[in-house]
Design a protein around this ligand. Structure first.
Ligand SMILES: Cc1cc2nc3c(=O)[nH]c(=O)nc-3n(C[C@H](O)[C@H](O)[C@H](O)COP(=O)(O)OP(=O)(O)OC[C@H]3O[C@@H](n4cnc5c(N)ncnc54)[C@H](O)[C@@H]3O)c2cc1C
Length: 384
């Protein structure tokens, strides 16, 4: 099986040609190392420049900043192929689908010229740090502060669960530049912090139940001084920037969720065909066929919805609620597919040596990160 037979409508021939490059990279450079990186609990930095060389990182960065100036469809293809063939969470999508847009949309000319070419090349790895030990969903309650001292901010606080935290060279840190202002969101700013700044420390690479190879870390800021020019866009606009980038971030999660669900489904059809019980293939039991038929139908609907959402994003029409709905629906589908497919594997499904076990563990987080699915329902519900 592959992702080629799905009669997609979101992509043109150039997208599909790019897909073949991405697939080769995932099959040759990522999949063979997924288990080893899982044990090491980190993806080596050395894989990033290889991805950069092939144009897999930050495809939307304009040419004047070293990028290819392509559309988000190229990002989505990297996400799909990575989820289907790569089998490891590399952190590429965090950089390409999330961080890039902040710098392209709100960065100063100097910030863009300095960081974007290096991000495209994979010479610089980035992270975005919003969540804190005391608050995640309620971002306005963040406590990390950036206080002005002459031409500098002095940053104090801590962040947690930060993707790429160990590997990151540059962190977009969400801070309060004003702790008094009401409403509270007006006090939020985003500041670029280089990892070599004095007072910045990485904490633990956290022990997770899945996505073992993805580094997810604590970060500490103790009197970290950064020039005021490191503020992204305007001071006090951080929350507005975060909200405006959400549709794409959430669609990115939806894309990966759908592709990994398809992978689990395809693998399970193969398993059920080979596995025998009571003198016949497990696939020949009506329960197995009905379960898989039900999942196949939902996957079909899922791809059609994803193409609709991608087309809307490419036309800059996807709303925050539609992005939230896509994240909600595709991650719920992913969980349903993973869990039912694991069940059809019997005891093998519970063994880490079977890919379905690893995929099931990895899938559990997609209903939590990028805003929990309860928050997605809140966002959609608020606009009814
Ligand atoms: C693997 C992983 C990677 C991550 N990567 C990053 C990263 O790179 N950068 C970053 O900043 N963060 C990252 N996160 C953090 C993630 O975004 C948060 O964990 C998530 O937003 C939830 O926040 P929380 O953990 O504080 O949960 P809480 O906000 O404490 O929520 C606890 C529970 O309460 C529910 N809840 C909260 N508020 C409401 C409400 N208003 N209505 C109904 N229910 C509610 C939640 O849905 C949840 O079920 C990552 C998390 C994980 C697990």
């Amino acid at each position: 099986m592959s992702l080629d037979s799905l009669a997609r409508t979101a992509y043109n021939d150039d997208h599909e040609a790019f897909r073949q490059t991405v697939r080769r990279f995932m099959l040759e450079e990522i999949a063979p190392h997924a288990a080893e990186w899982g044990e090491a609990k980190i993806v080596p930095k050395s894989i990033w420049p290889k991805a950069g060389e092939l144009g897999l990182l930050c495809p939307t960065v304009p040419e004047e900043y070293g990028g290819l100036g392509l559309d988000f469809g190229y990002n989505a293809i990297v996400d799909e192929e990575s989820a289907y063939y790569g089998g490891a969470t590399t952190g590429f999508s965090l950089q390409s689908d999330i961080v890039t847009n902040y710098i392209v949309s709100y960065g100063s000319e100097e910030q863009k010229k300095h960081w974007l070419p290096k991000m495209v090349a994979g010479e610089v790895i980035t992270a975005i740090a919003m969540t804190e030990p005391g608050t995640g969903s309620d971002l306005q309650a963040m406590r990390t502060t950036a206080k002005k001292d002459g031409n500098h901010y002095v940053i104090n606080g801590s962040k947690t669960y930060i993707t790429n935290g160990q590997n990151a060279d540059l962190i977009l840190v969400c801070v309060k530049t004003d702790t008094e202002i009401e409403p509270k969101w007006k006090g939020v700013s985003i500041v670029l912090v280089e990892a070599n700044r004095e007072g910045f420390k990485r904490g633990r690479n956290l022990d997770k139940i899945g996505q073992d190879e993805a580094d997810t870390s604590e970060l500490f800021f103790e009197d970290v001084r950064v020039p005021i020019t490191n503020c992204l866009g305007e001071e006090g606009k951080g929350f507005v920037y975060l909200m405006s980038e959400l549709p794409q971030e959430r669609l990115s999660i939806a894309v990966s969720a759908q592709a990994s669900a398809q992978r689990a489904f395809d693998m399970t059809v193969g398993f059920a065909r080979d596995r025998k019980a009571f003198g016949k293939a497990v696939l020949d039991f009506q329960n197995t066929r009905f379960t898989l038929a039900d999942l196949k139908s939902k996957l079909q609907v899922g791809w059609a919805h994803l193409d609709w959402a991608l087309a809307r994003l490419l036309r800059h029409e996807l709303t925050a609620e539609e992005g939230a709905a896509a994240k909600l629906w595709h991650t719920e589908l992913q969980w349903e597919v993973m869990d039912k497919c694991l069940q059809l594997h019997g005891g093998a499904g519970y063994m880490n040596e079977y890919p379905i076990a690893r995929m099931w563990r990895g899938a559990r987080v997609t209903r939590i990160f990028g805003g929990t699915n309860e928050i997605m329902k809140e966002l959609i519900g608020r606009k009814l």
